[in-house]
Ligand binder design. Structure first.
Ligand code: IPM
Ligand code: MG
Length: 368
């Protein structure tokens, strides 16, 4: 088995404590499954700002470019709210995405059977839900120029630009069609072609890619606002959804909440293939840094653990071991282990972050 390099960036808030559990799980795979994952750690976000005065040091950026995969915890917190925009913790994350050119952000929203009752929607609407949002991650209004706050007459104007080239749309569409082919052969593309030219182009390019190379996939188009409504009304009508950076940011939060907890959801951000044939990649939980519960042992490490499972699958070619880890998490939930985010207020004594990690490790042991 060949050596695999992983750069761990715990970041801020609950990032470090959930990452501690993932590190134990990485050790387990090295010890018990003979994997040679060489993990190293560095700073991102506010943690990097505190030491370097920037949310991502150049040296860290270089290391991220060199490894097989990056695993990131979370960035941000109230301590950094008043920092200049250019050095806010989020800028570190956005720099990683942009400079690694991680254009395809895969955000699965899967409802674990044991948690169907926990969704804010009726259990029958969400039970068995398994959708995948593919969010364009390196362009659109997040990065378009011109941007800034400018003087105009006697007042200021804030400007951001929604901008997509055909090739940017095409490459994320291909990533989504490829995924759809591996899943249920169904793709829904979301934009607002009714009000935005970038949406008209988006729709045209996605349709053209379909007609040329993916005629076997059932493609539909939907306005993103209707998409948000449909996700809440009847989410199981979807399988793979592809959408732009900003709509994807919002729609993936909606989809996430359908499943019962943000604390369960992983993500993968993939770029172009590297020399070894695997895509450039960064993995991160969908949840944020949750500063209100940081350092109290209340955080659910599952989203970060499942993000590592995605790394096993997409970066390390260890699909069977990814299945093993996902099954271990599923078993722990079925056994009733619950961090506070997975319980009602009167649900009894919750598991701590470490206890959740212990339970996943025990389930992994039992899987051998
Ligand atoms: C996300 C987050 C980020 C985003 C923030 C932290 C910059 O909301 O990953 O969804 O807006 O992309
Ligand atoms: Mg978001």
């Amino acid at each position: 088995m060949s050596k695999k390099t992983l750069l761990i960036l715990p970041g801020d808030g609950i990032g470090p404590e959930v990452m501690t559990e993932v590190s134990r799980i990485i050790d387990w795979f090295n010890d018990r499954r003979g994997m040679e994952i060489e993990a190293s750690e560095d700073l991102v976000g506010g943690a990097a700002y505190d030491v370097h005065g920037v949310p991502l040091a150049d040296a860290t950026m270089d290391r991220a470019q060199d490894v097989d995969a990056v695993l990131l915890g979370a960035v941000g917190g109230p301590k950094y709210d008043d920092l200049d925009f250019s050095v806010k913790p989020e800028r570190g994350l956005l720099r990683l995405r942009k400079e690694m050119d991680l254009f395809a952000n895969l955000r699965p929203a899967q409802c674990f059977d044991a948690l169907a009752d926990f969704s804010s929607l009726k259990p029958e609407v969400v039970a068995g839900l398994d959708i995948m949002i593919v969010r364009e991650l390196t362009s659109g209004v997040y990065f378009g120029e011109p941007r800034g706050i400018f003087e105009e007459g006697n007042e200021r104007v804030g400007i951001n630009t929604q901008r997509y080239t055909e090739s940017e749309i095409e490459r994320v569409a291909r990533a989504a069609f490829d995924l759809a082919r591996k899943r249920n052969g169904k793709l829904c593309s979301m934009e607002k072609a009714n009000v935005m030219e970038s949406g008209i182009l988006w729709r045209e390019v996605v349709q053209a890619v379909h007609d040329a190379d993916y005629p076997d996939i059932e493609l539909s188009h939907m306005y993103a606002d209707n998409g948000a409504m449909q996700l809440v009304r009847n989410p199981k009508q979807f399988d793979v959804i592809v959408t732009d950076n900003l709509f994807g940011d919002m729609l993936s939060d909606v989809a996430a909440m359908l499943t019962g907890s943000l604390g369960m959801l992983p993500s993968a951000s993939l770029g172009a293939p590297m020399d070894n044939g695997r895509p450039k990649a960064m993995y991160e939980p969908v949840h944020g840094s949750a500063p209100d519960i940081a350092g109290q042992g209340k955080a659910n490490p599952c989203a970060c653990i499942l993000s590592f499972a995605m790394a096993l699958r997409y970066s390390f070619d260890e699909g069977a071991e990814a299945d093993r880890l996902e099954a271990a998490v599923e078993k722990v939930l079925a056994d009733g282990v619950r961090t506070p985010d997975l319980m009602q207020a009167d649900g009894g004594k919750p598991a701590t972050t470490t206890e959740m990690g212990d339970a996943v490790l025990a389930a992994l042991d039992a899987s051998l």
